[in-house]
Design a protein around this ligand. Structure first.
Ligand code: GDP
Length: 432
């Protein structure tokens, strides 16, 4: 999701303008206690495009003096944003501070739009024209208060934004796509037969090619699902040509074609490297995950004890995935698969609004700042959920964050927001 930074002196009407851009949707968040008013990020939506608006705060002179502070804010805006809006008070005209920041912004290779605010009245247009002197091109006259000109401004912002990345996988519509994966002999075919066999008439085959039906449609829990790439499972060709390499390619292809994967694990035997590899494939490709422990009919007290130990030891990485203990043979708990899939996909599709995310993040970082590296304390400036499918959080920082701290952030994020069944990515954008 692209980022638009708003910079300007105090009292030029930045906040009013930001509220305009947001349609006042999230503006309340800034009143959450403990949230620094320093920099606040919000979600905005205009003509179907989403972007994040960052209010970089006023330039209160600090120990370094006003000019230094102004320059720092402008540099920050340039390094974190895709588009910078410089807001100037048209009734005051360009001050030396405005000129200083314009100088910094002119060096930027990012698009900069000059906003002449407080143009509540046609008579101010001469003052607006005077702002050409800042060397940032044509000023956009707006009235944050009355909303005048903000539509044109937003159109200009959209035009300046980079192309938004397409929504990662699977434009919605049609049944959700599920991969049934796991090492050989865990019971994939058996489970497929169980899922399709119980409801012969509903089951349909979807032609991938005319000769070879690739996917199967099944009705589970009143919903139709598409099990992807089940041709191999049905025909049992896989055992004939079943080199591990081939099996692994097939598994990868199925995962890539799916939105969520059921990884089958043989509960009656110790967890193997191969199981972990399949799980990693799902997580690394960013798909939602349900763990199904199959052959539960063979699990006794002893084995269950071992299994819990294995889970604690080996599956920490996917603690967030739901586990269902099933038996393809007896049909045990197979009905629990659909609700688990649904939960996982809801998480996978979910988006935390930027205001909410930053309120949480500010508190977290205040309580536990990132560890000092090379004598410097990296600051976490703000965050935005740049993507869903899988949920991807981008942290904007002033320095590199250690992997340990990123994991900490993810763990805390899940404690607050959940996201059962979906991987969550935390990425870091360091300002230059
Ligand atoms: P695939 O290679 O993953 O497709 O595994 P299959 O479905 O071919 O199953 C491998 C073997 O495990 C077969 O002998 C199945 O009968 C057996 N099997 C599958 N599911 C279960 C189960 O839930 N319980 C038991 N006891 N055996 C199972």
């Amino acid at each position: 999701q692209p980022v638009v930074a708003v910079v300007g002196r105090p009292n030029v009407g930045k906040s009013t303008l930001v509220n305009r851009i947001l349609g006042r949707r999230e503006a309340v968040v800034q009143d959450v206690p403990g949230v620094t008013r320093d920099r606040v990020a919000y979600d905005a939506l205009w003509n179907g495009r989403r972007f994040t608006v960052v209010d970089t705060g006023g330039w209160e002179p600090d120990a370094r003096g006003l000019q230094a502070e102004v320059a720092a804010q402008a540099e920050l805006a340039m390094s974190t944003a895709d588009v910078v809006l410089l807001v100037v008070d048209a009734t005051v005209g360009a001050t030396t501070t405005d000129e200083a920041v314009a100088r910094v912004l002119r060096r930027s290779n990012r698009p900069v739009l000059l906003i002449a605010n407080k143009v509540d009245d046609e008579r101010l247009m001469a003052d607006v024209a005077a702002l050409w002197s800042l060397g940032l091109g044509e000023p956009y006259p707006v009235s944050g208060l009355h909303g005048r000109g903000s539509g044109d401004l937003l159109d200009a912002v959209l035009k300046a934004l980079p192309e938004t990345p397409r929504e990662a996988v699977g434009a919605s519509g049609g049944p959700r796509r599920v991969a049934l994966v796991g090492k050989p002999n865990v019971g994939k075919s058996s489970l497929l037969n169980r899922l399709t066999g119980e409801q012969r008439s509903v089951v349909d085959e979807v032609a991938g090619t005319t000769v070879d039906p690739v996917d199967s449609l099944v009705e589970l829990d009143d919903e139709t699902w598409r099990l992807v790439d089940t041709a191999g499972l049905r025909k049992r060709v896989r055992t004939a040509s079943g080199t591990e390499y081939y099996a692994s390619l097939r598994t990868r292809a199925a995962i890539e074609a799916a939105e969520v994967a059921i990884v089958l694990i043989d509960a009656s035997e110790p967890l193997t490297e191969q199981d972990l590899r399949v799980i990693s494939m799902v997580v690394d490709s960013g798909r939602a995950l349900v763990l199904a422990y199959n052959k539960w009919d063979l699990v006794d007290e002893d084995r269950r004890y071992q299994l819990n130990k294995e889970i604690d030891r080996e599956l920490v990485r996917v603690r967030w995935a739901e586990r269902v203990n099933v038996s393809a043979r007896t049909g045990r708990a197979v009905a629990k698969l659909a609700p688990a899939l649904r939960t996982a996909l809801e998480s996978w599709d979910r988006r935390v609004p930027t205001g909410q995310l930053n309120a949480w993040l500010n508190e977290l970082v205040a309580a536990t700042p990132p560890p000092v590296r090379g004598g410097k304390q990296p600051k976490v400036l703000f965050a935005t959920q740049a993507q869903t499918r899988p949920p991807t959080i981008v942290l904007f920082t002033t320095g590199f964050l250690e992997a340990g701290y990123r994991r900490f952030v993810e763990r805390k994020f899940r404690e607050t927001f959940g996201f059962t069944g979906s991987p969550v990515r935390i990425s870091v954008r360091v300002r230059e």
